[in-house]
Design a protein around this ligand. Sequence first.
Ligand code: AMP
Length: 281
Amino acid sequence: MNVFKLKSELEAFLGLQKKENKTIGFVPTMGALHRGHLSLIESAKLKNSLVVVSIFVNPTQFDNSDDLKKYPKPLENDLKLLKQVKCDVVFIPDVKEIYSKKITSQNFDFDGLELEMEGKHREGHFDGVGTIVKKLFEIIKPDNAYFGEKDFQQLQIIKKLVKKLNIPLKIIGLPIYRESNGLAMSSRNSRLSEQHKKAAPFIYEVLRDTQQRFTSKTPKELTLWVEEKFKNNELLQLEYFTIAEEETLKTTENIQPNKNYRAFIAAYAGNVRLIDNIRLQ
Ligand code: AMP
């Protein structure tokens, strides 16, 4: 496994690989890797000659400095896991290598996708995501890039970014990897207290219940029902629940037969913010 900290060295290495017509699969991460990340890498391995994983906790996508400060950074363990899944290349730049002197975001227009859900609650988040992903795509020039549906809004935004900027690569979205109790795997789960760890699978239970009721209740009724369920849960604070159409991510009132919908939740378990979503059919 080749580990690079400098983009010039990574670019030189990948340039040689490209000359040999090797295809590159790319998995961007913020580290603190879990099975969810590894499932993306395993999918990438199946379709590409070479898999590049980046580990970079991107400061410009955090609107909460405490969340940024407390973001877990178990680098040794991450490298061990990456070796186990036979990752080919790891890119671990420091902040200066990516941002030079100015740690700022570019402003993007994602046709309104950035204004929904996470965009309403995390100011500047998707400008930060767009900025880092664009920079990484420019350095790595992958053929395929892999993202999890765990961050479904991010996935749709990256697809939009690539389309609008005509970046020649394919974006592949992959399903959410869960603990056996249903909790969506997340690097932030390691910050949950024992009590909150036990409470957190409630989020997926509610999503499953929503999925089951989807054909017999309206989105409005379901939303009120979920809000009520959270009010009765002392350990989790709901930030938002919404049923939105997959392409526009706009909250929907009227279900149309030829469109796809998802239910989305953001909730706090103590001071840890968790998100999850489920496809509705
Ligand atoms: P992160 O390190 O949280 O920025 O995540 C890096 C990539 O892994 C993103 O594309 C995430 O959507 C994806 N990811 C995170 N958690 C999961 C999960 N539980 N299942 C599948 N993909 C995930």
